[in-house]
Design a protein around this ligand. Structure first.
Ligand code: ADP
Ligand code: MG
Length: 250
C-alpha cells in the first residue's frame, strides 16, 4: 500500500496510489459509476452503499450518515475538528494498519472529506470482500458450522488484543466468505486503546444483536451451542494472543 493525499474541490482525498490512478471527486459520485455498470444497493446498514464493478475493480463506496432510527431524515454532516479527525480518514488509516498487520478487514482504497463552513461530509471506498454475506444473513435459513463461530470469537480476540475497539460490532458488521472465512467491516468511530471493560461490552453487544435478529426473522440458527463456540474461540484467541505478545519479534 502506498498512502497519498491530494486536494479536491472542497476538501481532500486520501488514497492508495497502488490501486487508484486518478484520485478525484468522481470516484465518490454514485452518478458517475451508475453510467459504468455500477450496482447500487441498499443493505442492512444506515446509509446507501454502492457496489462498484468496473473491470477488475470491485469496490464498495459508502457515504457516512447518521440517524435513521427515530429520525426520518438522515444527516450526513459532521462538525469539523480537523482533517485527521474526519470519520473517513480515521477509518481509512485504521483499515490500512489492520490490513497490513494481517487482519481480515476490507482493504481501504480511498477516503474523502468535503468541507462546508463548520461541517464536513465524508465518503470511503474499500475493496469488496468477494462472495461474502453478513453473519446475519448466513445464519438465516441455514446453520453456520461451530468451527466458524469459533473463528469469529478468535478474530474478535485478536482485534481486542491489538487494542482495537470496534464500537458497532453487530451481526451486520461481521461477514462470512464463501470459504467460511470471517471478516470484520465498518470501523467507523473505532479506536485503538488499552484493554478494559469495553472488551466485554463489545461481546455483550454482539450477543444482543444476534438475539435481536432471532426475534426479527424466521428460522435464525443461533443458540447456546453457537454462542459457546464463539466464547471458546474468544477465550482461546485471547490466550494465543497474549502468548504471541511475549514472543520476541523476528
Ligand atoms: N468491503 C465490503 N465488502 C462487501 N460488502 C460490504 C463491504 N463493506 C460494506 N459491505 C456491505 O454493506 C453494508 C453496509 O456497510 P457498512 O460499512 O457496515 O456501513 P453502514 O453500516 O454504516 O451502512 C454491510 O453490512 C455489507 O453488507
Ligand atoms: Mg454496518
Amino acid at each position: 500500500m502506498s498512502e497519498r493525499q491530494i486536494r479536491s474541490a472542497a476538501g481532500s482525498i486520501l488514497y492508495d496510489a497502488s490501486c487508484v490512478v486518478k484520485p478525484d471527486d468522481e470516484l465518490f459520485t454514485p452518478a458517475y459509476w451508475a453510467g459504468r455498470t455500477a450496482i447500487a444497493a441498499t443493505t442492512g446498514g444506515r446509509g446507501q452503499v454502492v457496489f462498484i464493478r468496473d473491470g477488475s475493480r470491485h469496490w464498495v463506496l459508502r457515504h457516512y450518515r447518521r440517524g435513521g432510527l427515530i429520525a426520518r431524515w438522515v444527516d450526513d454532516s459532521y462538525l469539523w475538528t480537523g482533517e485527521d479527525r474526519t470519520r473517513s480518514f480515521r477509518e481509512w488509516r485504521l483499515l490500512s494498519m489492520l490490513h497490513q498487520e494481517g487482519f481480515p478487514v476490507p482493504v481501504p482504497v480511498a477516503a474523502r472529506y468535503v468541507r462546508s463552513g463548520p461541517s464536513y461530509c465524508a465518503d470511503l471506498i474499500t475493496t469488496e470482500i468477494p462472495d461474502a454475506r453478513t453473519l446475519a444473513d448466513r445464519i438465516t435459513g441455514a446453520a453456520l458450522a461451530l468451527p466458524v463461530w469459533r473463528d469469529i470469537g478468535r478474530v474478535i480476540a485478536r482485534l481486542h488484543h491489538r487494542g482495537v475497539h470496534h464500537v458497532d460490532l453487530n451481526a451486520h458488521n461481521l461477514m462470512v466468505g464463501s470459504g467460511s472465512e470471517v471478516h470484520i467491516i465498518d470501523f467507523d468511530r473505532a479506536c485503538v486503546r488499552a484493554g478494559g471493560a469495553w472488551q466485554a461490552a463489545v461481546i455483550a453487544r454482539l450477543k444482543r444483536s444476534l438475539e435481536k435478529i432471532k426475534r426479527q426473522r424466521v428460522d435464525v440458527r443461533f443458540g447456546n451451542a453457537e454462542w459457546q463456540a464463539l466464547r471458546d474461540g474468544y477465550r482461546g484467541g485471547s490466550i494465543a494472543g497474549s502468548q504471541e505478545a511475549t514472543k520476541p519479534r523476528s
